[in-house]
Design a protein around this ligand. Structure first.
Ligand code: HEC
Length: 221
């Protein structure tokens, strides 16, 4: 038996062996049923998995940001409003420093005999149209501020301050709430309405004109 096997194995020459392998190689496996669909299904399933995972990942990492922004603090409507006013007053203060403080001074006290005070002045804290119109067209002639008369000297007058409605709204709001003043905010839209009032005016306002336009502002003076 062993002899026979041995003989069979060794009876093939090298040449025969090579040919036998070659013919085996040439033979093809019959295709397995469903062979083509298996990889397709795998690709599809993995595709779906990757898709779902990336959506999940994008959600949890805030659109793939390595350093997500600090959590946004939700402000209540009141806090937002306070912040808005704060910013407005802040920018009004800058306008004041650049456009008004040289005469009316940083502390709003003016200079006695030259520039009237804005702190505690009715012209500032009553109707916002009054101060807005003064900024838009300027002011000349005699006026009374806190019981003191200014503008007796014609050289002492205020020329129009060339700033836009937004800057006027900001600076007026600031002045109306600075120092001891506690008056309401003024909106940019209101200022544009005041500007319309000034459109007919070709030169500086006089105190008299403004008194007529805003009688209520002086009713208790
Ligand atoms: C060049 C100096 C000068 C500048 C700058 C100036 N003013 Fe005046 N302002 C005066 C004078 C002078 C008067 C008084 C005019 C009069 O007597 O007719 C006056 C009057 C006023 C009045 C009415 C009187 C009072 O004291 O309440 C207000 C309000 C006022 N200015 C606000 C402002 C604001 C706000 C600014 C800046 C946007 C400004 N002024 C810039 C000189 C100035």
């Amino acid at each position: 038996m062993t002899d026979k096997k041995k003989r069979t194995d060794s009876s093939m020459t090298d040449q025969e062996l090579v040919e036998a392998h070659a013919s085996l190689n040439r033979e093809k496996h019959p295709p397995t049923v469903g062979f083509l669909y298996a990889p397709l299904i795998f690709v599809f399933v993995f595709g779906c998995l990757i898709f779902v995972c990336s959506i999940q990942l994008a959600h949890t990492t805030n659109n793939f940001q390595l350093h997500p922004p600090r959590e946004v603090v939700e402000l209540s409507p009141e806090e937002k409003e306070a912040l808005r006013i704060e910013r407005k007053v802040e920018s009004g203060k800058k306008v004041f420093a650049a456009r008004c403080a040289s005469c009316h001074q940083d502390n709003g006290q003016g200079i006695p005999g030259q520039f009237p005070p804005l702190d505690g002045s009715k012209w500032v804290t009553s109707d916002p149209g009054l101060i807005s119109n003064i900024i838009i067209m300027g002011l000349k002639g005699e006026i009374e501020v806190k019981g003191v008369t200014y503008g007796t000297n014609p050289a002492q007058n205020m020329v129009a301050v060339p700033i836009n409605n937004r800057e006027i709204a900001n600076v007026v709001t600031y002045v109306r709430q600075a120092w001891s003043n506690e008056a309401t905010e003024v909106l940019e839209e209101e200022v544009s309405a005041f500007r319309a009032e000034s459109s007919e005016q070709s030169e500086q306002w006089t105190g008299e004109q403004l008194r007529e336009m805003y009688p209520s502002a002086f009713s208790t003076e």
